[in-house]
Design a binder for this molecule. Structure first.
Ligand code: Q46
Ligand code: ZN
Length: 307
């Protein structure tokens, strides 16, 4: 196969775009997709301060590098989860990456804050990943808000978005369906959230990271159950293989036709939000669920120490 742009030998085949690219032209395709996403979904401008959530994986680091190359004002935010034999390695990759590319980075340590993820695993009777995800989203938003960033960007790609949309659709979860999308405007104590890689598949992002020589953290988290969306991604892989372009079509059609309908529905039923009395984050209760979890774990730990 020849590169659709320069006619050299292609190294990345993209059936969904009926094309392929060589190693020099593929990053240009990637850049164009990110530019289109930012422009069409009105994500941010060159005058705004962007906080980029960096896990150390390929998607977040690829996003950070690409936004820097496009001249945006970016700062990375890494949450050190405090998981033994895992979090330290992820943090080192992020720190080395930011040093190499001369990027600003904030690191937030769950351990210092008083609630490392191992404590959640030990003391909270809920799947650790759902609580860990909640904690991360909470701190991303809180730090972006407190530090005066205009927008929070995450590295979610098309596969992530389609798997999530599919799971929400299977449950007809109207609250999540009304909220899902590449740009979530700021509201009630929540900063604007954007996903500039939503037009690019996991395969495409992995190729970009590889061709740009990005050193990524690829070890799986020791607490990962493997259940989260993996099966849905496999199903969609099969659909995409048989009919290239299906994923993007499904997601785009949702944005055009589905999301507006669910958004209207939620407006009528949404709860009123006020600042949490402990941390100021938006909540429909007096104290937000994260502060409540933190207090409950503290109490359980104190009880365990007495016994
Ligand atoms: S870090 Fe946290 Fe993930 Fe580990 S405990 Fe689960 S959610 S798997 S992305
Ligand atoms: Zn709170």
């Amino acid at each position: 196969m020849k590169c659709i742009r320069c006619k050299k030998t292609a190294c990345v085949a993209l059936p969904s775009h009926h094309s392929g690219f060589c190693k020099d032209c593929f990053p240009l395709f990637f850049t164009k997709q990110v530019e289109t996403a930012i422009r069409r979904e009105k994500m941010f401008t060159h005058d705004e301060r962007i906080l980029v959530a960096l896990s150390g994986g390929k998607d977040s680091l690829a996003l950070m590098l690409e936004l820097k190359l496009q001249g945006y004002d970016v700062t990375g935010l890494h949450i050190d989860l405090g998981i033994p034999n895992s979090s330290g390695k992820a943090r080192k990759k992020v720190e080395d990456f930011c040093d190499l590319h001369d990027l600003d980075l904030c690191v937030f340590e769950m351990e210092k804050w008083g609630l490392p993820i191992p404590d959640i695993k030990q003391y909270v009777k809920r799947p650790v990943c759902s609580v860990c995800g909640k904690m991360k989203r909470h701190h991303f938003n809180r730090i972006a808000r407190e530090e005066g960033f205009d927008v929070l960007a995450t590295g979610h790609n098309l596969d992530d978005e389609v798997a999530r949309l599919f799971a929400n659709t299977l449950r007809w979860d109207t609250a999540y369906l009304s909220d899902q999308g590449p740009t979530l405007p700021a509201s009630d104590g929540f900063v604007r959230k954007v996903k500039p890689l939503f037009r690019l598949s996991e395969f495409e992002t992995a190729n970009y990271a590889f061709l740009k020589g990005i050193e990524i953290h690829s070890d799986p988290c020791p607490y990962a159950s493997g259940a989260s969306f993996t099966h849905h991604k496999e199903l969609w892989g099969e659909l995409e293989y048989r009919s290239p372009g299906q994923k993007f079509q499904f997601y785009q059609s949702f944005l055009k036709k589905g999301k507006p309908a669910f958004a209207n529905l939620e407006k009528e039923t949404g709860d009123e939000l006020n600042p949490c009395i402990e941390c100021g984050s938006p909540t429909s209760a007096g104290t937000c669920s994260v502060c409540r979890i933190k207090a409950a774990v503290k109490a359980s730990k104190a009880e365990a120490e007495v016994e």
